[in-house]
Design a binder for this molecule. Structure first.
Ligand SMILES: Cc1cc2nc3c(=O)[nH]c(=O)nc-3n(C[C@H](O)[C@H](O)[C@H](O)COP(=O)(O)O)c2cc1C
Length: 139
């Protein structure tokens, strides 16, 4: 299965999760500047919450994704809100892309909050998520 991992990370938290997800499925993670191949069967897409929403660059990246992608699995980090899944998932659904029901989220350090997150346990959970989602197509 052709798997790709893309992320937007301003302060490095989501990038750590992206690296864990990519390692779990044996590919490399790239920032959203890197285009996604048209024959991608599973795209792991990560972002974070900034000022209650997702960054415009991530919205634009989603708007430009190839319609041919099989499915997209979302991961995110944030300090306060539960997840960026609603916003990222909606942008993907607006493109009629198939979004996996399971998403991954963990806390990300921000100012005095959540020091050290994502931590080793978060990254282990992210790896397990990636393995579950990528295994789905074979069952
Ligand atoms: C400018 C800025 C605005 C943020 N606004 C929010 C917010 O509205 N809600 C929230 O839950 N977290 C907010 N955060 C915290 C980030 O979502 C959190 O630190 C996240 O892990 C950052 O991911 P990154 O390191 O991949 O950029 C904000 C962080 C920054 C830098």
């Amino acid at each position: 299965m052709k798997i790709e991992v893309r992320y937007l990370s301003k302060s490095g938290n989501t990038a750590k999760v992206a690296e864990a997800v990519a390692a779990a499925v044996g590919v490399s993670a790239s920032p959203i500047g890197e285009p996604v191949a048209v024959d991608t069967e599973l795209l792991f897409l990560g972002g974070a919450v900034y000022a209650f929403g997702i960054d415009e660059s991530l919205t634009q990246f989603i708007a430009a994704l190839p319609q041919t992608i099989g499915r997209v699995a979302v991961f995110s980090t944030s300090a306060i809100v539960k997840s960026a899944y609603p916003q990222i998932g909606k942008a993907l659904a607006d493109r009629s892309l198939t979004v996996c029901d399971e998403a991954f989220h963990c806390r990300g350090a921000f100012k005095f909050m959540h020091k050290g997150r994502p931590n080793a346990e978060d990254l282990k959970d992210a790896e397990a998520f990636a393995k579950r989602v990528s295994g789905e197509a074979d069952v």
